[in-house]
Ligand binder design. Structure first.
Ligand code: ZN
Length: 140
């Protein structure tokens, strides 16, 4: 099992802890709200700076929901992992699949590639956010 290195600052460590306790990607404001409810105050600008550093370090990744809202979540610690993310509510579900892992390894070998990151984040709509099915129209 891969371990994620401890972030270099206490603020970054607190932010990573917030993400570790969530099953969804979060906006920076949501991260700050969660930090404020569990510990000492932290400025929004500080959270932005820490999230930027965690992105650059490869600890976090960025996605977009509702067409334009930036949200952030933890990258898989091992550089591999398959996840589904709802593009409406940012729910994230692990969906590791041995067949996909095997396909990645075989395809990389076939083309002479050495894969350094095989994580996959698929986006769609979760069951709770899916639009209702159209009413059934009976043929007469
Ligand atoms: Zn959803």
């Amino acid at each position: 099992m891969c371990a994620r290195p401890r972030p270099p600052t206490d603020h970054e460590h607190r932010i990573v802890s917030v993400f570790e306790s969530q099953r969804q990607f979060l906006t920076v404001a949501q991260v700050r709200d969660r930090l404020m409810s569990t510990g000492p105050p932290i400025r929004l600008a500080t959270v932005y700076q820490c999230v930027k550093r965690l992105l650059e370090a490869g600890t976090l990744e960025r996605a977009t929901i509702r067409s334009s809202t930036a949200v952030y979540g933890l990258r898989p610690a091992c550089g591999s992992g398959h996840r589904l993310m709802c593009s409406a509510c940012a729910l994230v579900v692990d969906a590791d699949d041995d067949e996909v892992t095997t396909w990645v390894a075989q395809t990389a070998a076939l083309h002479g590639f050495m894969i350094t990151d095989s994580s996959v984040l698929l986006s769609g709509t979760c069951a709770a956010c899916a639009p209702p099915l159209p009413a059934t129209v009976e043929c007469r």
